[in-house]
Design a protein around this ligand. Structure first.
Ligand code: SIN
Ligand code: CO
Length: 392
């Protein structure tokens, strides 16, 4: 049985009782936690042009409430900030700082493709982004200082927001629970639970956020795959057409036929559903694609990789790319950066090596080269930069 931190719950029990259902406070999930990064290092990341960051000031420079500035931030910005009442947030810190991967390990029992990123915020005393709801599940790990979290104990699906703000802040919020989080404490929140975190002193919060595609996103992905595979070409047909006294009406019979056809189109797309979803969930977000491309290289041959591994070289998996895999009784597919790579069915059990490990060694390579289709896919992934050699 795999434990879920020190909660006394197994991972399975957490999923059954809390995941997507109700909040959970976990005291000392990471005992004696010390932040692996400092506020200064975080500020450094926020000043990088290719890194997504934001600054939220409760009282803006010109007196406007809740001013949001998008990064890159600069030394001038930090110099003019007040002592209190602001928050700096940096996205995708898990990808920019690979040494922070260990923080995600305890969450990998939830599928990788559901995870979005590790966002890190720093706030001095009274810093907050205001009471709000998110559409995503989030684990809020207190990394430094104390933060007071107030939450609602029921989800709000249609929140009333303060009008005219760039930020989505609840117009009304009556908390049901108040907790002061210390370093190492985690607060898990399912989507749509109102929450309001205020820094009681200088502090940092690490948010492990999960994402969930909308129905329309998934339909769009399926339609793209249907177009590629030339599926769904059957036309609307109405051999049961009956008389209607109005010539311009789209009647309820027509609507019923259309609905049925759309359901049939999804059924017909069944063979491409996994490919559609795999490509969609591994798409590289635009803000990361330039960084992801940095490790791309010429297509290596299998012999070249063999020589490299034999000489003690290892491959590293690029954290800027997303990976997923799927298999059925005929073949296996690996997905990376919105592309699908096929392997034969004997190679299917090797896909977790390519999609889940962080490092590949000579021992792994010995297993991978047993299947030519898998070894060939790894060569292609190296060319794309999804796996890279140490010398990069
Ligand atoms: C924060 O870290 O300040 C905000 C995190 C959140 O509310 O999701
Ligand atoms: Co939030």
């Amino acid at each position: 049985m795999s434990h879920f931190f020190n909660t006394g719950l197994s991972q399975q029990q957490f999923l059954e009782q809390y995941w997507q259902k109700k909040p959970l406070l976990i005291r000392q999930a990471f005992p004696d936690f010390e932040s692996p990064i400092s506020p200064e290092e975080l500020a450094g990341l926020a000043c990088e042009p290719e890194i997504e960051s934001r600054l939220i000031e409760e009282r803006g420079q010109d007196g406007t409430a809740w001013q949001v500035s998008c990064g890159p931030l600069s030394a001038d910005v930090f110099a003019r900030l007040p002592e209190t009442h602001w928050t700096m947030l940096v996205q995708d810190v898990d990808k920019h700082l690979p040494e922070l991967q260990y923080l995600l390990d305890p969450f990998r029992f939830i599928p990788d493709w559901r995870r979005d990123d590790l966002m890190v915020s720093y706030a001095p005393e009274f810093g907050t982004v205001g009471p709000h709801t998110d559409g995503y599940d989030v684990f809020l790990l207190q990394a430094m200082g104390t933060r007071r979290w107030q939450i609602g104990d029921q989800p709000i699906t249609q929140p009333k927001l303060i009008e005219g703000l760039e930020l989505q802040i609840l117009a009304e919020f009556t908390p049901d629970q108040t907790w002061d989080l210390q370093p190492g404490d985690i607060l898990y929140l399912p989507p749509h639970f109102a929450h309001h975190g205020v820094a009681l002193n200088d502090g940092m919060t690490f948010s492990v956020g999960f994402r969930a595609p909308t129905r329309v996103d998934m339909l769009d992905a399926v339609i793209n795959s249907m177009l590629e595979q030339v599926l769904g070409k059957k036309r609307y047909h109405d051999p049961d057409l009956s008389l209607n006294s109005h010539s311009a009406e789209i009647d309820t019979h027509a609507m019923a036929r259309i609905k049925q056809m759309l359901h049939q189109a999804i059924d017909e797309a069944e063979p491409v559903l996994a490919t559609a979803l795999g490509k969609f969930v591994t798409d590289t977000k635009p803000s990361l694609s330039a960084l992801a491309a940095e490790t791309s290289t010429e297509l290596p041959s299998i012999d070249e990789l063999s020589t490299y591994f034999k000489a003690g070289g290892v491959l590293h998996r690029s954290l800027y790319y997303r990976f997923a895999w799927t298999s059925n009784e005929r073949s296996g597919k690996l997905f990376m950066a919105g592309e699908a790579y096929s392997v034969d069915i004997q190679g299917e059990n090797l896909l977790p090596l390519l999609a889940e490990q962080l490092i590949l060694t000579q021992t792994d390579w010995q297993r991978l080269i047993k299947n030519a289709s898998v070894a060939q896919v790894l060569c292609q992934l190296v060319a794309e930069g999804g796996w890279y050699r140490q010398d990069h």
